[in-house]
Design a binder for this molecule. Sequence first.
Ligand code: AMP
Ligand code: GLY
Length: 422
Amino acid sequence: MKIMVVGGGGREHAIIKKVKKSPKVTEIFALPGNGGIAADATCVDIGAKDLENIVKFAKENAIDFAIVAPDDPLVLGLVDLLKAEGIPCFGPDKKAAIIEGSKAFSKDLMKKYNIPTAAYETFTDMEAAYAYLDTCKIPVVIKADGLALGKGVIIAETLEDAKTAVREMMEDKVFGDSGSKVVIEEFLTGPEVSVLSFTDGKTMVPMISSMDHKRALDGDKGLNTGGMGVIAPNPYYTKEVADRCMEEIFLPTMEAMNKEGRTFAGCLYFGLMITEDGPKVIEYNCRFGDPETQVVLPLLDSDLFDIMQHVSEGTLDQADVNFADDAACCVVMASKGYPTAYEKGFEITVGEEANDVYIAGAKLSEDGKLLTNGGRVLGVTERGADIKEAIAKAYASVEKVHFDNAFYRKDIGQKALAALSK
Ligand code: AMP
Ligand code: GLY
């Protein structure tokens, strides 16, 4: 079958490497892909938000199945457009993708269906938001309603900072229209767990849990990033926590979306915090997480493409979904200066011994060299019998990958190891 993957980062590279293993898949196109993905798929220079040209390409090239990976095209309704042309897809339609596209929607959904989450209020009026803030405990969390490149969440340590954040979102429009509505919510504490799940609206199959590392520097210091590394499984996600999540969060969310007439089919991502009162939802994403995918899929022993077809046909209950018992660690290598200013264009070399390298920000030069082309350049994943071994192997492989000005965190997985030794 001829398939098309929309997107062009490390997550898409991991998806492509996995679906390529399926005996059913004969040809893969990546839109737009990147210089590293070009080794595993045919890259086509059409951006992930260029819906019209994506649909045109799919029709002209008789694509049999589409995988839509990033949030933007999902929230904009790419799956609806492709399905209208008779092209089967993996990914939620526009009505369901709103679970990520609007935080106000997702918070209201959780309130209505008693799904545990931080207490909150939603505002479209700045003075009303200010008045509410005067009554809030500090720190307090301010979120832009819409998509904001993962940057629309501010944890305000003072009342003044909280008001500044609200003003910047609502009046200065730092996130454009995404900030015309804001959610103000209670600050929760506890370890964070990411759980990606396959669901077709009838069956819910959680994947192996993981732990992202969002801050730029060791010890969870520095600015928030798109993710500097990840390990799986997450030791805080015990059997007891998993059972509670299934009963109190995962199944109720699936059913709530059905009741709202917004059946979700695709990968539903649960960003959870394990608080003293139990697991609570921090955020939903309507897609695979990045970089979580780069550890979760290497641990999947089953045929990913087959699972995706079952999801799109509503027969997930018949799919074989098995994860290995071992562990994985992915270390992200970025360009010095990320997530603010950084240079591009350095040559990347990958030693043969490095196992799974997922390229996020790179392009090919005219003479075929792989050059850095983004802040997060690539992720190096290794599997091991346990987290400790996976971490050691991942860092050994990082040594085999070179580009000038590379920087990476040295402590990916250390918090997980400390939790295990408690
Ligand atoms: P998000 O962009 O929604 O993933 O939020 C980014 C990060 O902000 C999360 O991973 C959490 O670390 C933090 N965060 C979001 N909401 C809360 C909250 N209510 N309490 C504490 N931390 C939060
Ligand atoms: N790793 C967080 C996300 O994909 O949104």
